[in-house]
Design a protein around this ligand. Structure first.
Ligand SMILES: Cc1cc2nc3c(=O)[nH]c(=O)nc-3n(C[C@H](O)[C@H](O)[C@H](O)COP(=O)(O)OP(=O)(O)OC[C@H]3O[C@@H](n4cnc5c(N)ncnc54)[C@H](O)[C@@H]3O)c2cc1C
Length: 378
């Protein structure tokens, strides 16, 4: 299993230890209790300059031509170092993977090198006020115009939008038939478009959320990714790396280690038994995540395995954060500000990239080979 990638990890660690980057990252996490965490732009640009934001991409698009395990190793290192990673996940893992896999050569050349260099951030515009877990119910419409498309609808719970130049937007193609899954298209939408309005959403999450209104935003043909009936398979395929659960295991490890140190600083760890049990679980979670990465790398990551890894690792990270809250109390530990960030970030982990209930549902239906679980004998 290619867990180590030691040289690559050393490069990331070395870079993150540079004084300007440490200053940026320390500043980011030392936000007031309800402050919001911005995208660490300098850190992203430095990682990008060294080909470390997307090492698994081909060199001509800003990567190093490495295996997907290299991308997972970087993602894990960033989580272990407490680097906010929504912008990387949305830009590289999500929008970037989609463009790289399904975009035209022109789209790839235009966007991917900028993404991999950390110079452009993308926002993901999928969720709607009435369509989250079931995106088949999305109301955003894409209508054909003489030379492109007109997009109308509202997207919500979009992360990194204020820092993003573009959004990758899912919409239902008008006149595309009754089957929502066969009539979903993906578009690249410039967020400074005059018919796009962005509103901030109040949230406890440390990284801010936004609602994006598309008021008949007209885009040209170049904005469409792949064919207008293939959006559904594209958006599920791009969730692959996120659903290995590697980042969740990394967060769980960082938070647990900090919790132990915070308790030691108070004169002795309370909850020793629970801490030891969680320690073993976090080690196992990491292996579960890496097993999923190995399968992804071999092109055989099954839906049930990915869903199980995402479910287990995100729930575990949430349990670590809950224990920190219980043992340290609402004031946390001033020397370990990450733990208060953990308490604010943890609730969203079991919702983002598919809720725990949806992951469990995927495990069940996939294991039953797509059959209705209530009709099939177990
Ligand atoms: C940290 C974070 C970052 C996010 N970033 C983005 C982003 O960048 N872009 C974006 O578009 N969206 C983003 N989202 C939104 C996220 O994708 C949705 O919150 C998620 O898909 C769930 O949708 P929902 O909130 O509408 O909940 P709903 O789908 O309404 O679900 C509500 C509850 O019902 C349960 N439920 C729903 N259907 C079923 C079912 N069939 N069986 C059993 N239980 C069910 C769910 O598990 C959940 O507990 C983000 C969310 C979070 C928390």
């Amino acid at each position: 299993m290619p867990v180590e990638n030691s040289d690559l990890r050393n490069e990331v660690r070395h870079l993150l230890a540079e004084p300007e980057l440490r200053e940026e990252l320390n500043g980011i996490w030392r936000t007031p209790p309800h402050g919001e965490c911005p995208v660490p732009r300098l850190t992203y640009r430095e990682l990008g300059r060294h080909g470390l934001l997307a090492p698994h991409w081909p060199p001509e698009y800003g990567g190093r031509g490495a295996d997907v395990s290299a991308g997972a190793a970087v993602a894990e290192e960033l989580a272990l170092h407490g680097v906010p990673d929504s912008a990387r996940v949305n830009t590289i893992d999500n929008a970037g993977t989609t463009l790289l896999t399904f975009g035209t050569e022109r789209q790839r050349r235009r966007h991917c090198p900028q993404m991999a260099a950390g110079r452009v951030v993308f926002s993901v515009l999928y969720t709607e006020p009435d369509a989250g877990s079931d995106l088949g119910g999305m109301a955003t419409r894409a209508e054909r115009t003489a030379d492109g498309w007109r997009l109308t609808g509202t997207k919500t719970w979009n992360a990194t939008t204020a820092d993003a130049r573009y959004g990758i937007c899912a919409a239902r193609v008008a006149g595309g038939g009754d089957n929502a899954y066969a009539a979903t298209a993906l578009f690249v939408v410039p967020l400074d478009h005059p018919a796009v309005r962005i509103e901030a959403l109040p949230t406890v999450n440390p990284e801010p959320f936004f609602t994006v209104h598309l008021d008949g935003a007209e885009v040209d043909d170049e904005a469409l990714i792949g064919s207008p009936d293939a959006g559904w398979s594209m958006l599920t395929e791009a969730l692959g790396l996120e659903r290995t659960g590697i980042c969740f295991a990394g967060r769980a490890r960082r938070w647990l280690d900090q919790l132990v140190r915070a308790l030691e600083a108070r004169g002795g760890p309370g909850g020793a038994q629970e801490l030891s049990r969680l320690d073993a679980e976090v080690t196992a979670a990491r292996l579960l995540g890496w097993r999923a990465v190995a399968d992804l790398s071999d092109g055989r990551l099954g839906a049930a395995a990915a869903a199980a890894a995402k479910w287990w690792n995100s729930e575990l990270a949430q349990r670590v954060a809950r224990l920190a809250w219980e043992l340290l109390g609402p004031q946390g530990s001033p020397a370990f500000p990450d733990l208060m960030v953990a308490v604010r970030e943890a609730p969203g982990l079991t919702l983002a990239a598919g809720t725990s209930e949806m992951q469990l549902s995927t495990v069940v239906t996939d294991l039953l080979d797509g059959g209705d679980p209530w009709e099939e004998p177990i």
